[in-house]
Design a protein around this ligand. Structure first.
Ligand code: F3S
Length: 405
Protein backbone atom coordinates (compact mmCIF):
# COMPACT_ATOMS: atom_id res chain seq x y z
CA UNK A 1 0.00 0.00 0.00
CA UNK A 2 1.37 3.41 -0.95
CA UNK A 3 2.10 5.73 1.98
CA UNK A 4 3.23 9.34 1.67
CA UNK A 5 6.33 10.48 3.58
CA UNK A 6 4.11 12.15 6.14
CA UNK A 7 2.06 8.95 6.63
CA UNK A 8 5.30 6.97 7.05
CA UNK A 9 6.47 9.43 9.71
CA UNK A 10 3.23 8.96 11.63
CA UNK A 11 3.54 5.17 11.36
CA UNK A 12 7.12 5.40 12.69
CA UNK A 13 5.86 7.23 15.77
CA UNK A 14 7.39 10.62 14.91
CA UNK A 15 4.11 12.39 15.74
CA UNK A 16 3.54 10.60 19.03
CA UNK A 17 2.52 7.17 20.27
CA UNK A 18 -1.25 7.84 20.14
CA UNK A 19 -1.27 8.93 16.51
CA UNK A 20 1.06 6.03 15.71
CA UNK A 21 -1.45 3.54 17.21
CA UNK A 22 -4.25 5.08 15.14
CA UNK A 23 -2.13 4.89 11.98
CA UNK A 24 -1.21 1.26 12.74
CA UNK A 25 -4.93 0.46 12.82
CA UNK A 26 -5.64 2.28 9.54
CA UNK A 27 -2.59 0.74 7.88
CA UNK A 28 -3.52 -2.80 9.01
CA UNK A 29 -7.05 -2.30 7.70
CA UNK A 30 -5.69 -1.06 4.37
CA UNK A 31 -3.36 -4.07 4.04
CA UNK A 32 -6.17 -6.48 4.93
CA UNK A 33 -8.44 -5.12 2.20
CA UNK A 34 -5.70 -4.47 -0.39
CA UNK A 35 -6.20 -0.71 -0.34
CA UNK A 36 -3.88 1.08 -2.77
CA UNK A 37 -3.57 4.22 -0.60
CA UNK A 38 -5.13 6.34 2.13
CA UNK A 39 -7.82 8.87 1.37
CA UNK A 40 -8.29 12.22 3.20
CA UNK A 41 -11.66 12.65 4.95
CA UNK A 42 -13.39 15.67 6.47
CA UNK A 43 -16.03 13.78 8.47
CA UNK A 44 -16.22 10.81 10.79
CA UNK A 45 -18.77 9.35 13.16
CA UNK A 46 -17.74 7.08 16.03
CA UNK A 47 -20.13 4.52 17.48
CA UNK A 48 -19.08 5.30 21.05
CA UNK A 49 -20.93 2.77 23.16
CA UNK A 50 -19.85 3.50 26.72
CA UNK A 51 -18.59 -0.08 26.89
CA UNK A 52 -15.16 -1.07 28.16
CA UNK A 53 -13.50 -2.00 24.82
CA UNK A 54 -14.32 1.25 23.02
CA UNK A 55 -13.44 3.40 26.00
CA UNK A 56 -10.13 1.56 26.44
CA UNK A 57 -9.17 2.30 22.80
CA UNK A 58 -9.97 6.00 23.12
CA UNK A 59 -8.06 6.25 26.41
CA UNK A 60 -5.07 4.47 24.85
CA UNK A 61 -4.90 7.03 22.02
CA UNK A 62 -5.33 9.94 24.46
CA UNK A 63 -2.58 8.57 26.69
CA UNK A 64 -0.29 8.60 23.65
CA UNK A 65 -1.10 12.30 23.08
CA UNK A 66 -3.48 11.85 20.12
CA UNK A 67 -6.19 14.33 19.20
CA UNK A 68 -8.59 14.22 16.26
CA UNK A 69 -7.55 15.78 12.94
CA UNK A 70 -11.25 15.53 12.02
CA UNK A 71 -13.47 15.92 15.11
CA UNK A 72 -15.97 13.06 14.82
CA UNK A 73 -19.56 13.11 16.03
CA UNK A 74 -20.40 10.30 18.45
CA UNK A 75 -23.12 7.79 19.19
CA UNK A 76 -25.09 8.08 22.42
CA UNK A 77 -24.29 6.41 25.72
CA UNK A 78 -26.65 7.64 28.48
CA UNK A 79 -27.62 10.92 30.10
CA UNK A 80 -26.11 10.32 33.54
CA UNK A 81 -27.39 13.57 35.09
CA UNK A 82 -31.04 13.08 34.03
CA UNK A 83 -31.51 9.31 34.19
CA UNK A 84 -29.99 8.81 37.64
CA UNK A 85 -33.04 10.76 38.95
CA UNK A 86 -35.14 7.79 37.86
CA UNK A 87 -32.88 4.73 37.87
CA UNK A 88 -30.20 3.15 40.06
CA UNK A 89 -26.82 2.34 38.57
CA UNK A 90 -23.75 0.90 40.22
CA UNK A 91 -20.62 2.87 41.07
CA UNK A 92 -18.74 0.93 38.35
CA UNK A 93 -21.36 1.75 35.71
CA UNK A 94 -21.20 5.42 36.64
CA UNK A 95 -17.40 5.43 36.57
CA UNK A 96 -17.33 3.89 33.09
CA UNK A 97 -19.78 6.51 31.83
CA UNK A 98 -17.62 9.31 33.27
CA UNK A 99 -14.42 7.79 31.87
CA UNK A 100 -16.00 7.51 28.43
CA UNK A 101 -17.11 11.16 28.36
CA UNK A 102 -13.68 12.32 29.61
CA UNK A 103 -11.72 10.29 27.06
CA UNK A 104 -13.79 11.46 24.08
CA UNK A 105 -13.66 15.06 25.28
CA UNK A 106 -9.85 14.88 25.57
CA UNK A 107 -9.42 13.40 22.09
CA UNK A 108 -11.47 16.26 20.66
CA UNK A 109 -14.67 14.53 19.57
CA UNK A 110 -17.91 16.48 19.03
CA UNK A 111 -20.05 14.88 21.70
CA UNK A 112 -23.29 14.83 19.73
CA UNK A 113 -24.42 11.53 21.36
CA UNK A 114 -26.74 10.88 18.42
CA UNK A 115 -27.05 7.68 16.40
CA UNK A 116 -28.58 9.07 13.20
CA UNK A 117 -25.83 11.55 12.25
CA UNK A 118 -26.74 11.55 8.55
CA UNK A 119 -30.16 12.94 9.46
CA UNK A 120 -28.89 16.01 11.23
CA UNK A 121 -25.81 16.12 13.39
CA UNK A 122 -23.25 15.22 10.67
CA UNK A 123 -24.64 15.21 7.12
CA UNK A 124 -22.19 14.37 4.32
CA UNK A 125 -22.83 15.53 0.77
CA UNK A 126 -23.20 13.40 -2.35
CA UNK A 127 -19.96 11.61 -3.24
CA UNK A 128 -18.14 12.70 -0.07
CA UNK A 129 -15.69 10.16 1.39
CA UNK A 130 -16.27 9.68 5.13
CA UNK A 131 -15.57 7.15 7.91
CA UNK A 132 -18.83 6.38 9.70
CA UNK A 133 -19.41 3.62 12.21
CA UNK A 134 -22.89 2.76 13.63
CA UNK A 135 -24.67 0.06 11.66
CA UNK A 136 -27.79 2.17 10.98
CA UNK A 137 -25.82 5.27 9.95
CA UNK A 138 -23.68 3.59 7.26
CA UNK A 139 -26.54 2.42 4.97
CA UNK A 140 -28.16 5.85 5.42
CA UNK A 141 -25.14 7.83 4.24
CA UNK A 142 -24.28 5.39 1.43
CA UNK A 143 -27.75 4.50 0.18
CA UNK A 144 -29.92 7.53 0.89
CA UNK A 145 -27.29 10.31 0.59
CA UNK A 146 -24.82 8.85 -1.89
CA UNK A 147 -21.84 9.63 0.37
CA UNK A 148 -19.12 6.99 0.64
CA UNK A 149 -18.29 5.09 3.80
CA UNK A 150 -17.18 1.59 4.63
CA UNK A 151 -18.87 -0.25 7.46
CA UNK A 152 -16.46 1.10 10.08
CA UNK A 153 -16.15 -0.07 13.66
CA UNK A 154 -15.90 2.43 16.49
CA UNK A 155 -12.19 1.54 16.65
CA UNK A 156 -11.42 2.18 12.96
CA UNK A 157 -13.65 5.29 12.75
CA UNK A 158 -11.83 6.86 15.73
CA UNK A 159 -8.46 5.95 14.19
CA UNK A 160 -9.56 7.60 10.91
CA UNK A 161 -10.67 10.71 12.82
CA UNK A 162 -7.26 10.98 14.51
CA UNK A 163 -5.29 10.50 11.27
CA UNK A 164 -7.80 12.38 9.08
CA UNK A 165 -7.62 9.56 6.53
CA UNK A 166 -9.22 6.22 5.73
CA UNK A 167 -8.02 3.36 3.48
CA UNK A 168 -9.25 3.56 -0.11
CA UNK A 169 -11.18 0.30 -0.60
CA UNK A 170 -14.73 -1.07 -0.50
CA UNK A 171 -17.55 1.45 -0.83
CA UNK A 172 -15.12 4.29 -1.60
CA UNK A 173 -14.62 2.84 -5.10
CA UNK A 174 -17.24 3.19 -7.90
CA UNK A 175 -17.20 -0.51 -8.97
CA UNK A 176 -17.93 -1.66 -5.41
CA UNK A 177 -21.07 0.45 -5.12
CA UNK A 178 -23.11 -1.06 -7.94
CA UNK A 179 -26.06 -3.36 -7.26
CA UNK A 180 -25.34 -7.07 -6.98
CA UNK A 181 -28.87 -8.47 -7.16
CA UNK A 182 -32.46 -7.38 -7.72
CA UNK A 183 -35.44 -7.44 -5.37
CA UNK A 184 -38.90 -6.43 -6.55
CA UNK A 185 -41.25 -4.91 -3.99
CA UNK A 186 -45.00 -5.12 -4.44
CA UNK A 187 -46.11 -3.92 -1.00
CA UNK A 188 -47.76 -0.90 0.63
CA UNK A 189 -45.42 0.98 2.93
CA UNK A 190 -47.45 3.41 4.98
CA UNK A 191 -45.02 4.48 7.69
CA UNK A 192 -41.39 4.12 8.74
CA UNK A 193 -42.26 0.99 10.71
CA UNK A 194 -43.17 -0.73 7.40
CA UNK A 195 -39.86 0.39 5.92
CA UNK A 196 -38.14 -1.16 8.95
CA UNK A 197 -39.89 -4.50 8.38
CA UNK A 198 -38.97 -4.32 4.68
CA UNK A 199 -35.34 -3.62 5.68
CA UNK A 200 -35.44 -6.66 7.96
CA UNK A 201 -36.61 -8.85 5.02
CA UNK A 202 -34.02 -7.35 2.66
CA UNK A 203 -31.11 -7.68 5.13
CA UNK A 204 -31.88 -11.36 5.60
CA UNK A 205 -31.70 -11.98 1.83
CA UNK A 206 -28.79 -9.62 1.15
CA UNK A 207 -26.27 -10.55 3.86
CA UNK A 208 -23.45 -8.17 2.89
CA UNK A 209 -24.40 -7.90 -0.83
CA UNK A 210 -25.79 -4.70 -2.37
CA UNK A 211 -29.49 -5.01 -3.25
CA UNK A 212 -31.30 -3.01 -5.92
CA UNK A 213 -34.96 -2.53 -5.00
CA UNK A 214 -37.52 -1.96 -7.71
CA UNK A 215 -40.96 -0.96 -6.47
CA UNK A 216 -44.09 -1.81 -8.39
CA UNK A 217 -45.68 1.52 -7.51
CA UNK A 218 -44.12 4.94 -6.96
CA UNK A 219 -42.59 5.49 -3.49
CA UNK A 220 -41.42 8.68 -1.78
CA UNK A 221 -39.53 7.66 1.36
CA UNK A 222 -38.64 10.31 3.94
CA UNK A 223 -35.72 10.56 6.36
CA UNK A 224 -37.27 8.27 8.96
CA UNK A 225 -38.20 5.68 6.30
CA UNK A 226 -34.62 5.49 5.02
CA UNK A 227 -33.33 5.35 8.58
CA UNK A 228 -35.59 2.47 9.63
CA UNK A 229 -34.95 0.58 6.40
CA UNK A 230 -31.16 0.72 6.83
CA UNK A 231 -31.21 0.08 10.59
CA UNK A 232 -33.18 -3.14 10.21
CA UNK A 233 -31.29 -4.26 7.10
CA UNK A 234 -28.13 -3.97 9.20
CA UNK A 235 -29.78 -5.90 12.06
CA UNK A 236 -30.96 -8.96 10.11
CA UNK A 237 -28.03 -8.77 7.65
CA UNK A 238 -24.98 -6.59 7.05
CA UNK A 239 -26.59 -4.00 4.79
CA UNK A 240 -24.31 -1.00 4.23
CA UNK A 241 -25.28 0.08 0.71
CA UNK A 242 -28.44 -0.24 -1.39
CA UNK A 243 -30.23 1.30 -4.32
CA UNK A 244 -33.90 2.07 -4.85
CA UNK A 245 -34.62 2.61 -8.53
CA UNK A 246 -35.81 6.14 -9.27
CA UNK A 247 -35.29 7.20 -5.63
CA UNK A 248 -31.73 6.94 -4.30
CA UNK A 249 -29.10 9.20 -5.89
CA UNK A 250 -27.00 6.50 -7.57
CA UNK A 251 -30.01 4.73 -9.10
CA UNK A 252 -31.84 7.13 -11.42
CA UNK A 253 -32.43 4.06 -13.64
CA UNK A 254 -32.12 0.33 -13.05
CA UNK A 255 -29.23 0.20 -15.54
CA UNK A 256 -27.27 2.85 -13.58
CA UNK A 257 -27.93 0.98 -10.33
CA UNK A 258 -26.17 -2.06 -11.82
CA UNK A 259 -23.36 0.08 -13.26
CA UNK A 260 -24.29 -0.69 -16.85
CA UNK A 261 -23.99 -4.45 -16.34
CA UNK A 262 -26.75 -6.85 -17.39
CA UNK A 263 -29.81 -6.42 -15.17
CA UNK A 264 -30.41 -9.78 -13.49
CA UNK A 265 -33.76 -11.47 -12.91
CA UNK A 266 -35.32 -10.65 -9.54
CA UNK A 267 -33.97 -12.90 -6.80
CA UNK A 268 -37.04 -12.24 -4.65
CA UNK A 269 -40.40 -10.47 -4.79
CA UNK A 270 -41.49 -8.99 -1.46
CA UNK A 271 -45.24 -8.54 -0.97
CA UNK A 272 -47.54 -7.40 1.85
CA UNK A 273 -47.86 -11.07 2.80
CA UNK A 274 -44.09 -11.36 3.26
CA UNK A 275 -43.99 -8.22 5.42
CA UNK A 276 -46.81 -9.58 7.60
CA UNK A 277 -45.05 -12.96 7.88
CA UNK A 278 -41.80 -11.26 8.93
CA UNK A 279 -43.65 -9.15 11.48
CA UNK A 280 -45.38 -12.23 12.93
CA UNK A 281 -42.06 -14.03 13.13
CA UNK A 282 -40.23 -11.25 14.93
CA UNK A 283 -42.05 -11.36 18.29
CA UNK A 284 -45.60 -12.53 18.74
CA UNK A 285 -45.55 -11.90 22.56
CA UNK A 286 -48.60 -10.52 24.37
CA UNK A 287 -49.44 -9.85 28.04
CA UNK A 288 -48.78 -7.29 30.77
CA UNK A 289 -46.05 -4.78 29.85
CA UNK A 290 -43.86 -2.56 32.00
CA UNK A 291 -42.21 -0.41 29.33
CA UNK A 292 -42.70 1.15 25.91
CA UNK A 293 -39.34 2.11 24.47
CA UNK A 294 -39.03 4.13 21.25
CA UNK A 295 -36.13 5.81 19.51
CA UNK A 296 -33.76 3.13 18.24
CA UNK A 297 -32.49 4.83 16.05
CA UNK A 298 -33.15 8.17 17.76
CA UNK A 299 -36.55 9.73 17.12
CA UNK A 300 -36.85 12.94 15.12
CA UNK A 301 -39.07 15.88 16.06
CA UNK A 302 -41.63 14.71 13.47
CA UNK A 303 -41.90 11.36 15.24
CA UNK A 304 -42.34 13.07 18.63
CA UNK A 305 -45.27 15.02 17.16
CA UNK A 306 -46.79 11.80 15.84
CA UNK A 307 -46.68 10.27 19.34
CA UNK A 308 -48.70 13.21 20.69
CA UNK A 309 -51.23 12.91 17.87
CA UNK A 310 -51.75 9.19 18.54
CA UNK A 311 -52.31 9.70 22.28
CA UNK A 312 -55.13 12.18 21.53
CA UNK A 313 -55.04 13.41 25.12
CA UNK A 314 -55.16 9.94 26.73
CA UNK A 315 -52.70 8.88 29.46
CA UNK A 316 -50.08 6.14 29.87
CA UNK A 317 -51.21 3.40 32.29
CA UNK A 318 -49.80 3.70 35.85
CA UNK A 319 -48.16 0.28 35.54
CA UNK A 320 -46.20 1.22 32.42
CA UNK A 321 -43.24 3.50 31.72
CA UNK A 322 -43.03 5.24 28.34
CA UNK A 323 -39.58 6.39 27.23
CA UNK A 324 -38.56 7.97 23.93
CA UNK A 325 -34.88 8.33 23.02
CA UNK A 326 -34.36 11.26 20.70
CA UNK A 327 -31.70 13.49 19.21
CA UNK A 328 -30.68 16.39 21.49
CA UNK A 329 -31.90 18.89 18.85
CA UNK A 330 -35.31 17.19 18.74
CA UNK A 331 -35.58 17.24 22.55
CA UNK A 332 -34.59 20.93 22.66
CA UNK A 333 -37.16 21.77 19.99
CA UNK A 334 -39.80 19.79 21.88
CA UNK A 335 -38.94 21.73 25.03
CA UNK A 336 -39.08 25.11 23.22
CA UNK A 337 -42.44 24.33 21.66
CA UNK A 338 -43.78 22.78 24.91
CA UNK A 339 -44.31 19.44 23.19
CA UNK A 340 -42.11 17.83 25.83
CA UNK A 341 -44.19 19.32 28.65
CA UNK A 342 -47.47 18.23 26.99
CA UNK A 343 -46.19 14.68 26.52
CA UNK A 344 -44.96 14.52 30.12
CA UNK A 345 -48.49 15.34 31.30
CA UNK A 346 -49.58 12.20 29.42
CA UNK A 347 -46.88 10.10 31.11
CA UNK A 348 -44.43 10.11 28.18
CA UNK A 349 -40.81 10.92 28.97
CA UNK A 350 -38.06 11.71 26.50
CA UNK A 351 -34.31 11.70 26.90
CA UNK A 352 -31.45 12.79 24.65
CA UNK A 353 -27.89 11.42 24.38
CA UNK A 354 -29.00 7.91 25.36
CA UNK A 355 -28.96 4.45 23.78
CA UNK A 356 -31.32 1.56 24.57
CA UNK A 357 -28.32 -0.72 25.19
CA UNK A 358 -27.11 0.85 28.44
CA UNK A 359 -27.18 -0.25 32.10
CA UNK A 360 -29.59 2.53 33.16
CA UNK A 361 -32.54 0.51 31.78
CA UNK A 362 -31.90 -2.63 33.81
CA UNK A 363 -34.75 -2.14 36.30
CA UNK A 364 -37.20 -3.09 33.50
CA UNK A 365 -35.47 -6.38 32.75
CA UNK A 366 -37.37 -9.62 33.32
CA UNK A 367 -40.73 -8.17 32.16
CA UNK A 368 -42.25 -7.62 28.74
CA UNK A 369 -41.54 -4.37 26.89
CA UNK A 370 -42.90 -3.05 23.60
CA UNK A 371 -41.03 -1.21 20.86
CA UNK A 372 -41.49 -0.25 17.21
CA UNK A 373 -37.88 -1.24 16.47
CA UNK A 374 -36.63 -4.80 15.84
CA UNK A 375 -33.13 -3.45 16.50
CA UNK A 376 -34.18 -2.31 19.97
CA UNK A 377 -35.76 -5.71 20.68
CA UNK A 378 -32.63 -7.50 19.50
CA UNK A 379 -30.31 -5.58 21.84
CA UNK A 380 -32.62 -5.45 24.84
CA UNK A 381 -33.31 -9.18 24.69
CA UNK A 382 -29.58 -9.83 24.98
CA UNK A 383 -29.71 -7.91 28.28
CA UNK A 384 -32.63 -9.93 29.63
CA UNK A 385 -35.77 -8.02 28.69
CA UNK A 386 -38.19 -9.71 26.26
CA UNK A 387 -39.71 -7.25 23.78
CA UNK A 388 -42.73 -7.34 21.51
CA UNK A 389 -42.44 -5.39 18.26
CA UNK A 390 -45.46 -3.40 17.10
CA UNK A 391 -46.14 -0.33 14.95
CA UNK A 392 -46.22 3.01 16.81
CA UNK A 393 -50.02 3.25 17.06
CA UNK A 394 -50.12 -0.20 18.71
CA UNK A 395 -47.29 0.76 21.10
CA UNK A 396 -49.33 3.80 22.18
CA UNK A 397 -52.53 1.74 22.69
CA UNK A 398 -50.59 -0.89 24.69
CA UNK A 399 -49.15 1.80 26.96
CA UNK A 400 -52.65 3.15 27.69
CA UNK A 401 -53.96 -0.32 28.63
CA UNK A 402 -50.74 -1.49 30.31
CA UNK A 403 -50.89 -4.67 28.28
CA UNK A 404 -50.58 -6.02 24.78
CA UNK A 405 -53.46 -8.17 23.52
FE1 F3S B 1 -29.10 4.19 18.53
FE2 F3S B 1 -28.45 2.56 20.45
FE3 F3S B 1 -30.36 1.92 18.82
S1 F3S B 1 -27.06 3.73 19.22
S2 F3S B 1 -29.71 2.81 16.89
S3 F3S B 1 -30.39 3.65 20.26
S4 F3S B 1 -28.84 0.52 19.63
Amino acid sequence: MFLTDEEKRILNGEEGAGKQKAMEMIYALGLTFNAEKLLPIKRAHVALSGQEGDTYWCELLVKGGATCAVPPTTNPYWDTAYLTKYFDVTKEEMELADRTGDAYRKIGAKLSYHCAPGVYSNVPFYGEHVAFSESSATPYVNGALGARSNRESSISALAAAVVGKTPYYGYHIDENRYGEFLIEVDADLKECYDWGILGHCVGKIAGSRIPVLKFKSEVHPGQEDFLYFGAEGATSGALAMYHIVGVTPEAPTIEKAFGGRKVPKAEAVITNKDLKAREDLLTPSTGEINLVMLGCPHYTYTQLLEVERLFAGRHVNNSTAFWILAARDAVNLAEQSHLRQRLELLGVRMVADTCIDEPCWKSFEGHLGVTDSPKCAYYRERRGQPFAIRRLSECVEASIKGRLD
